[in-house]
Write a protein of this length. Structure first.
Length: 419
C-alpha cells in the first residue's frame, strides 16, 4: 500500500509526502520537496562581507532575523570583531521578537485547525474570533520590535558587522515596553486555550539538540548540547555532525552519531526548561508533561511556552536597554582581516549554523549554511514511519489528515532547507 499526499499546505514552502507500507510494515516514509535548489551559498562567494547578511536573510521571509544574526556573528568571529554588551542585548531582543511572531503564526494559523478537526481556516477564525485576534496581537507585537530595532519587519536593515547603523528610538522602545504587560496577559490567555487542545498520544525516543548557556535560555549564543550527553563548542559542530547529500535529493540532511535528531521548541524546552522565566515555567508545569517528553505533537505547545518566555525576556531586555546608553550599540571602527568564523543561533524552528571564510580584503571565499529543517528532516521521517502503523485502519482521507497534522506540528521551512 502506498500513501501519497501531493501537497501539504499551511507551511513555509512546497512539499508532499509518500510512504510505502507492506503488510503493516512501513518500508519508506519520505517528505517530497517540491522546490528547486536556490544556491544562496554560491551567490555569496566572491561578494564583499557586508553583502552577506543582506543576501543571506533573503533565504526566508518568516525568519530573516536569525539568518541576519547568524551571518553577522560568523563574520565577526572570522575577522575578530568584538561588539558591546548593549549590542548583544539588542540582537537578543530581535531574536526573541522573531520567536514571538513566528510561533504565533504557526500556533494558530498553521497548525491549530489540525487538532480541532477543521478543514478551513475561515471556519477556525469564525468559531474562535477572539483567539484569532489574540494570535494576531502577539504577532504584531513581535513584528513591531523587529521594525523599531531592525528598521523594517522583513529583512532588517540596521544590524551589521560590529553593531548597528543607528540606535533605536528610545521613545519607540518605551512604547513597546508599556505594551508588554498587556501582551503577556494576552499570551497567557491564549496559552489557556491551547492547554485544552486534545493532542494525539505518540512518543518515540529521540536525541534533542540545542544551544546551552549558563544562566540563560540560550537563543543568541552558547554551546551545543543534547539530552544524550553531548556538550561541545559551536566550532566543533562540523566535526561532530555529518552533513550528507542523498541521491536525487535537493536538501542536504544532517546526522549525529549515525542517527537522526530533533531541534526546535520541543528540544529547547526539554533541554533548557529550568531556565524559563516565571510565567513560562508555570505554564509548562500546568501542561503536566513528564520529561524527557518525546511526543512531537507537543512541539506546538512548546512554542506556546516559548512565546510566553520570549515576552518576559523581551520586557527584561527592554528595561535593561532603556537604563543604558543606547549609543553604545552604534558600530565602532574595526579592521577587516582574513579569517574563518562559525556561529549558531536558535531560530524558531531550531538551531541555525553558519560557517564563513573571508579573505584579507573582506571577500567571502567560502560559506556553509545548515538550516533547522535540513537537520530535523530525517527525524521527522523516522517519527512518521513509526506513527503510520497506528493510523492504518483509518479511512484514506483521515490518514492524510493525521499525517498533515503530524508534519505541520514540526513547523518545517522548506524555503530555508533548499537555500
Amino acid at each position: 500500500m502506498n500513501i501519497k499526499i501531493n501537497h501539504i499546505a499551511k507551511m513555509e514552502g512546497h512539499a508532499g509526502f509518500m510512504a510505502s507500507v507492506l503488510d503493516g510494515d512501513v518500508k519508506s516514509a519520505k517528505l517530497q520537496v517540491q522546490e528547486g535548489i536556490r544556491l544562496i551559498e554560491g551567490v555569496l562567494i566572491g561578494r564583499e562581507y557586508q553583502d552577506m547578511p543582506l543576501i543571506a536573510q533573503r533565504i526566508c521571509g518568516i525568519c530573516p532575523v536569525v539568518h541576519n544574526l547568524a551571518s553577522i556573528k560568523a563574520l565577526e568571529n572570522a575577522m575578530g570583531v568584538s561588539v558591546t554588551y548593549e549590542t548583544e542585548r539588542l540582537r537578543m531582543l530581535l531574536g526573541y521578537a522573531q520567536f514571538i511572531h513566528s510561533h504565533a503564526l504557526h500556533l494558530f494559523f498553521l497548525s491549530l485547525a489540525d487538532f480541532l478537526d477543521m478543514d478551513s481556516d475561515i471556519e477556525l477564525v469564525n468559531k474562535y474570533p477572539e483567539e484569532a485576534k489574540k494570535a494576531i496581537k502577539l504577532r504584531e507585537y513581535g513584528m513591531e520590535i523587529v521594525k523599531v530595532v531592525g528598521g523594517r519587519v522583513v529583512h532588517p536593515l540596521t544590524n551589521e558587522v560590529g553593531g548597528f547603523k543607528k540606535s533605536p528610538d528610545r521613545e519607540a522602545l518605551k512604547e513597546i515596553l508599556n505594551k508588554s504587560e498587556d501582551i503577556l496577559r494576552t499570551a497567557l490567555e491564549l496559552g489557556d486555550f491551547f492547554r485544552n487542545i486534545k493532542i494525539p498520544d505518540f512518543s518515540r525516543e529521540t536525541e534533542y539538540v540545542s544551544l546551552d548557556k549558563k544562566g540563560e535560555y540560550a537563543v543568541y549564543d552558547g554551546d551545543i548540547i543534547s539530552n544524550f550527553g553531548l556538550h561541545i563548542s559551536v566550532d566543533k559542530f562540523e566535526a561532530n555532525f555529518l552533513e550528507l547529500q542523498k541521491q536525487n535529493e535537493i536538501i542536504k540532511r544532517v546526522e549525529h552519531a549515525g542517527r537522526s535528531y530533533m531541534i526546535g521548541a520541543i528540544a529547547r524546552v526539554n533541554n533548557n526548561r529550568v531556565k524559563l522565566r516565571a510565567n513560562a515555567s508555570e505554564y509548562l508545569k500546568s501542561l503536566g508533561w513528564n520529561f524527557p517528553d518525546y511526543n512531537p505533537f507537543h512541539n506546538i505547545l512548546a512554542q506556546m511556552v516559548e512565546v510566553i518566555h520570549s515576552i518576559e525576556e523581551s520586557r527584561r531586555i527592554l528595561l535593561e536597554l532603556l537604563n543604558s546608553d543606547l549609543e553604545e550599540v552604534v558600530t565602532r571602527a574595526y579592521t577587516v582581516r582574513e579569517g574563518l568564523g562559525v556561529s549558531a543561533v536558535e531560530a524558531p524552528r531550531g538551531t541555525l549554523y553558519y560557517h564563513v571564510d573571508v579573505d584579507a580584503k573582506g571577500y567571502v571565499k567560502n560559506v556553509n549554511i545548515i538550516t533547522p529543517t535540513a537537520q530535523f528532516l530525517s527525524n521527522l521521517e523516522d517519527d512518521v514511519a513509526e506513527y503510520i502503523p497506528k493510523i492504518l485502519k483509518l479511512k484514506d482521507s483521515e490518514k492524510e489528515k493525521k499525517l498533515r497534522a503530524f508534519i505541520r506540528a514540526y513547523d518545517p521551512c522548506i524555503s530555508c532547507a533548499v537555500h
